[in-house]
Design a protein around this ligand. Structure first.
Ligand SMILES: Cc1cc2nc3c(=O)[nH]c(=O)nc-3n(C[C@H](O)[C@H](O)[C@H](O)COP(=O)(O)OP(=O)(O)OC[C@H]3O[C@@H](n4cnc5c(N)ncnc54)[C@H](O)[C@@H]3O)c2cc1C
Length: 399
C-alpha cells in the first residue's frame, strides 16, 4: 500500500489518518475536505458553541508530525476507478487526486425542509459555520422555532432557552425522539420541555415557512426570528453517483464487516456507511460519534494486515435540558422494555431479548451505563426484577 486518499476531513477522516500513522504506515496519505476548516468536533457545536462556551472545536493534531497532505476547501465531485487494477482518481474542481487505496468518510449532511434553504433566518446545524451563524440569532427575547424534537432539536432548544429566547419546538410525531425510540420512552422526555420553559407542539405539521414565521397545517402561524430545521441527516455521498460504489436506498455506502465497499481498494467509515454486523445479523447505519471514532481504528488495522472484523455495540450520548442521556446497544422493535427509576427523576430503560439485556438508555445514571454496557456487550442474562430495582447495582443484576 503506497498512496492512501481519505475523502472527508471530519472525525472519521482524521481518525483514519491517525490510526494509519499510529500503526506505522509510512506511505503517502492525503486528506481531502469540502470545508475550509481543519477537522473539528461536532457534538460541542450544539452544546458549547451555541451556549457561547467556546467558538472553536478544532481537534488537536500535530499535522507536521503526521505528514499528511491536507487538501481543504476542495469538495470531491466524482470518483473514477481504474478498470482492471485497484486505485483511481477522485475529481475536484481543482483537478483530480490519484490514489491506490481510497477511504470514503464524507459523513452526513442536514436535511432541510423543501424550499426552506432560500428563506432568510432558516438554519440547519451540521457545521461550525452553521453553529456560529445560529449562535448570533440566539439573543434574549428572540422567537426561535425549532422543527423536529429529535436529538439536535432538543439540544438547540436547551441552548436557545438558556440564551433567553422564546423557544417553540414543532414535532410531527406524538412524542420527542419518536423516530429513534418507542413512543412510550420518547414520552418520558416530554415534560422536560415545559420545565425548561420551552413550548413543545406534538402532532404538529409544518405547512410552509416564510421569512419571520412558520405556518402549521392546522392554520397556526408561529412568529420566528430564527427557524431551526432539525429533521435528520442523509449520507453525504452524491459525489459517488455513477462511480460503481454500491449505495443503499438512503445513499449510505454499503460496506462489509471489514469496512470494504463493493469496489476493490475502496473502504468507507463513519456516518456515511451502512455496515454488516455479525453481532446483530443485520446492516447497521449509525450516525454517532463513537462509530466515527472506532470504525477508522479498525479500518487502519485492517489496511495494515490485521484480519479483525468491525462489529461494535453502538453507543451515543446527548445532553439536553441539563441531563446526560446515554444509549448503548441495539434494540430491534418489539423487545421487552423494563424501567428502573432512580431518585430525582433519573431513570434507565433496559431492552431485553428473553433474559439477555440488549440495550440500555440512561438518564443521568452514568454508573448504570458503565456497568450495563458490559452486560450488553457480553449478552449476559439479567434478572428483570433486580434490574427494576435501582437500589441494586447494575452489575449485580446478572443471573
Ligand atoms: C450539532 C451536532 C451534535 C452532535 N452531537 C452528538 C452527540 O452528542 N453524541 C453523538 O454520539 N453524536 C453526536 N453528533 C454526531 C457526530 O458528530 C457524527 O456522528 C460524527 O461527526 C460523524 O463523523 P464523520 O466523520 O463520519 O462525518 P462528519 O462529521 O459529517 O464529517 C464528514 C466530513 O466530510 C466532508 N465532506 C462531505 N462531502 C464531501 C465531499 N464531497 N468532498 C470532501 N469532503 C466532504 C464534510 O464537510 C465533513 O467535514 C452530533 C452531530 C452534530 C452535527
Amino acid at each position: 500500500m503506497e498512496n492512501v486518499l481519505v475523502v472527508g476531513a471530519g472525525m472519521a477522516g482524521l481518525q483514519t489518518v491517525l490510526g494509519l500513522r499510529e500503526l506505522g504506515y509510512a506511505g503517502r496519505v492525503a486528506l481531502l475536505g469540502a470545508e475550509r476548516h481543519r477537522p473539528y468536533d461536532r457534538p460541542p457545536l450544539s452544546k458549547d458553541v451555541l451556549s457561547g462556551k467556546t467558538d472553536d472545536t478544532t481537534f488537536d493534531a500535530d499535522w507536521a508530525a503526521l505528514d499528511v497532505e491536507l487538501l481543504l476547501g476542495r469538495p470531491a465531485t466524482g470518483l473514477r476507478l481504474r478498470d482492471r487494477a485497484e486505485g483511481g482518481f477522485v475529481d475536484t474542481d481543482a483537478g483530480p487526486v490519484e490514489f491506490d487505496r481510497l477511504v470514503i468518510a464524507t459523513g452526513s449532511r442536514a436535511i432541510n425542509l423543501p424550499a426552506a434553504g432560500d428563506v432568510h433566518g432558516v438554519h440547519v446545524l451540521r457545521t461550525i459555520d452553521d453553529a456560529r451563524a445560529l449562535r448570533t440569532a440566539l439573543v434574549p427575547g428572540a422567537h426561535v422555532v425549532i422543527v423536529g424534537a429529535g436529538w439536535i432539536g432538543a439540544e438547540v432548544a436547551t441552548a436557545a432557552t438558556a440564551a433567553g429566547c422564546h423557544t417553540t419546538v414543532v414535532e410531527a410525531l406524538s412524542a420527542p425522539l419518536a423516530g429513534a425510540l418507542p413512543a412510550e420512552i420518547g414520552a418520558r422526555f416530554t415534560p422536560w420541555y415545559a420545565e425548561a420553559g420551552v413550548e413543545l407542539l406534538l402532532g404538529a405539521r409544518v405547512d410552509r415557512i416564510e421569512p419571520g414565521a412558520v405556518h402549521l397545517a392546522d392554520g397556526a402561524r408561529l412568529p420566528a426570528d430564527a427557524i431551526v430545521v432539525g429533521i435528520g441527516v442523509r449520507p453525504d455521498t452524491a459525489w459517488l453517483a455513477g462511480s460503481g460504489v454500491h449505495l443503499d436506498g438512503r445513499g449510505a455506502v454499503v460496506v462489509d464487516g471489514r469496512l470494504r465497499t463493493s469496489a476493490p481498494g475502496v473502504y468507507a467509515v463513519g456516518d456515511c456507511t451502512v455496515f454488516e454486523s455479525a453481532r446483530y445479523a443485520t446492516r447497521l447505519h449509525v450516525e454517532h460519534w463513537d462509530n466515527a471514532l472506532q470504525a477508522p481504528r479498525a479500518l487502519a488495522a485492517h489496511l495494515l494486515g490485521e484480519d479483525a472484523a468491525y462489529d461494535p455495540v453502538p453507543y451515543f450520548w446527548s445532553e439536553q435540558f441539563g441531563r446526560m442521556v446515554q444509549y448503548v446497544g441495539h434494540h430491534p422493535a418489539g423487545d421487552d422494555v423494563v424501567m428502573r427509576h432512580g431518585p430525582e427523576g433519573t431513570w434507565t430503560a433496559g431492552w431485553f431479548a428473553g433474559d439477555a439485556l440488549v440495550a440500555l438508555l440512561t438518564v443521568a445514571r452514568p454508573r448504570d451505563l458503565a456497568q450495563g454496557r458490559r452486560l450488553v456487550q457480553t449478552g449476559a442474562a439479567v434478572d428483570k426484577a433486580k434490574f427494576a430495582d435501582a437500589g441494586v447495582p447494575m452489575k449485580s443484576t446478572v443471573r
